[in-house]
Design a protein around this ligand. Structure first.
Ligand SMILES: [Zn+2]
Length: 88
């Protein structure tokens, strides 16, 4: 399992292994504790994590917004759960 998170320094979306405690941002160099930043979504593998990060970035860019609302994060989790169910 991987968790989609964002760097608290430069706001870049990234992902970490669920059991990883620290993340070093490759963009701005900030090291941060994974448990202290909001988790957007848990996904099964890193290919899915990269795919979702791309979609999130495109979405925010299109909407000219800086972050998702809590409702949108809920939606994202629901949609992902449905997607996983379909695949099984
Ligand atoms: Zn950063």
């Amino acid at each position: 399992m991987y968790v989609v998170i964002r760097c608290p320094g430069c706001r870049t979306f990234t992902y970490v292994d669920r059991f990883q405690r620290w993340k070093l941002c490759p963009i701005c160099g900030q090291a941060y504790e994974v448990a202290r930043v909001p988790a957007y979504l848990e996904v099964g593998d890193h290919v899915e994590a990269e795919h979702i990060i791309r979609q999130l970035q495109q979405y925010l860019q299109k909407m000219k917004r800086k972050d998702l609302t809590p409702d949108e994060i809920e939606d994202l989790r629901r949609q992902y759960a449905l997607l996983v169910k379909k695949k099984v």
